[in-house]
Design a protein around this ligand. Structure first.
Ligand code: 6CS
Length: 337
């Protein structure tokens, strides 16, 4: 009797110690992104969270765009270890990691979604070279993924580069993107996202570029009248963790995090099938007067011509390291055609 009492008392004590142990291990991780929950980065983040919470005792708290500041703020908070995860697109990472500007060499990336998905999944540049560069900045690169072809939205029609003459065109704060729009003939104006709608409304800027879904969700069509597709770029984004935090996780938790990033990648690729088309239809419905133009080969020729200049500028800015990434990306793109 007494023996069984002692055994059950010890078992109960051990149980509570184990519970305390588990409670100490389980954590709530903070994850911030540059978009809202119903936008591509937000949908990815929700899948990431769902996977982590279904496969570990950890929780993920999401901070959509606007809750913690602009893209630059959430990156700073992640590097400082206040946040554990961040989604920041290379459009804002250019000064931190100059090689990440490679995504703004015009016409480097294809517009075909299936090709892009294969490329991002298998690319050595993306999965082996870039993680080393992010690690130097205290970041564990988990995934890069495409968010769709970018379109220019302007107040006046754009049929050729000459139409961008004197157009103050908002770009993300990325030096190579500035060079791109200079080479296209515009006056590039780097701004954080929060200033774009108001800037267009007050005519401080007269154009900007973004993927189709974003033109709808952010209502940017309300303050521009022309959407132009030149096929010059695909919007890329990157999800990463604070490296000290990631390195301090158990091997098991690291595996869950990596699997969560991969599972959300597959989901977001599938989620985007047909998205640009359906969102463009919603724009047309919301604003029937919107003029949508897909430039033909001849109209694209000046944009394509400018690409060579921008590529040379990229090499000038990044030297051998950039050259290596660029040639690996070209090889990876070819291998995944
Ligand atoms: O243009 C921008 O600043 C924003 N565009 C997208 C598609 N996502 C986030 C980013 O801040």
């Amino acid at each position: 009797m007494r023996k069984s009492f002692i055994v059950s008392a010890v078992a109960a004590a051990l149980g509570s110690i184990m519970m305390i142990g588990q409670a100490a291990q389980a954590a709530t991780w903070k994850y911030a992104m540059e978009e809202a929950l119903n936008e591509v980065q937000g949908v990815y983040a929700q899948k990431f969270k769902e996977y982590i919470e279904a496969n570990s005792d950890n929780k993920v708290q999401l901070f959509p765009y606007g809750t913690l500041g602009e893209s630059a703020d959430i990156m700073e908070q992640t590097q400082a270890g206040i946040l554990q995860f961040v989604d920041q697109s290379p459009g804002f990472t250019g000064s931190l990691i100059p090689e990440a500007q490679v995504f703004f060499v015009p016409y480097l990336l294809p517009t075909d979604q299936a090709h892009l998905a294969r490329f991002f999944k298998k690319s050595k540049a993306i999965n082996e070279q870039f993680p080393k560069l992010y690690a130097e900045q205290g970041l564990e690169l988990l995934k890069m993924f495409p968010e769709g072809e970018v379109a220019m939205t302007t107040k006046e029609p754009v049929k050729t580069c000459a139409d961008l003459d004197n157009v103050k065109f908002r770009v993300m704060t990325n030096p190579l993107l500035v060079e791109s729009y200079k080479a296209f003939g515009a006056t590039p104006t780097p701004l954080p996202w929060g200033e774009v709608y108001g800037g267009l409304q007050t005519n401080i800027i007269q154009g900007q570029e973004n993927p189709t879904f974003y033109l709808y969700t952010t209502k940017i069509y309300e303050v521009t009248d022309y959407i132009t597709y030149a096929g010059h770029n695909n919007f890329t984004t990157a999800v990463m963790a604070n490296k000290d935090f990631f390195d301090g996780l158990s091997a098991e938790d690291q595996k869950v995090v990596r699997n969560a990033a991969s599972s959300a990648f597959d989901y977001i690729i599938d989620y985007q099938k047909g998205l640009a088309k359906s969102e463009l239809a919603k724009i047309k419905k919301a604003k029937p007067s919107m003029t949508i133009t897909v430039l033909n080969e001849q109209q694209r020729s000046c944009f394509k011509g400018a690409a060579k200049k921008v590529e040379a500028k990229f090499i000038e800015m990044t030297g051998d390291s950039g050259k290596k990434i660029l040639s690996q990306m070209k090889a990876d793109l070819k291998a995944t055609e």
